[in-house]
Design a protein around this ligand. Sequence first.
Ligand code: HEC
Length: 161
Amino acid sequence: MTSAFVAAFAALLLWRVLEGPKKKPPPAAPMALAPPEPLPLEPPVQVLRVANSGLPCDVDDVLASKCRRCHTQPPRHSAPVQLLSLDDLHADRNGAPVYQHVGRVVESGYMPFAIMANPPIERLTDAEKQTLLAWVSAGAPRGACGADAGPDAGQKPARRR
Ligand code: HEC
């Protein structure tokens, strides 16, 4: 009786060893790209542009398409400043004009803020980054776009896609 039991036990052990470790579940999908639950779709931003922003058209375009998703009025996702007009960009923030902060956070890639959102937050293209950085290093000069752009304001809007 005992030996039958021992034999059965040994057989069971052998079977477990031969079977090998339990198969691992497939690795989880990368979290940053695939949120577990679909996020609620955000309603469109109300204020993407203001008339007579004082901003050059190409700068206004980049801010509208990549930044005002959050840096608008009212702000979204806890964005601390609005980036709608030349005045906004020359306002003081911690002892420096906002546009210099823009240069810093765009250079470093900190902005656009990479949170999970629906629709997803889009990064800047290299061309868009250049547009912002060139303008910032020129001292963020006044430009014209939209309602204040005369017939030959001359700057072609940087269309994306
Ligand atoms: C998804 C929302 C979102 C988007 C899109 C976004 N921002 Fe921000 N931005 C934030 C938040 C939130 C903060 C505050 C971050 C913090 O306190 O660390 C911030 C902070 C900033 C600051 C202040 C940084 C400082 O240290 O004072 C600047 C300047 C800025 N953003 C510029 C931009 C620009 C330029 C773009 C577009 C290229 C952009 N942001 C896109 C949400 C956003």
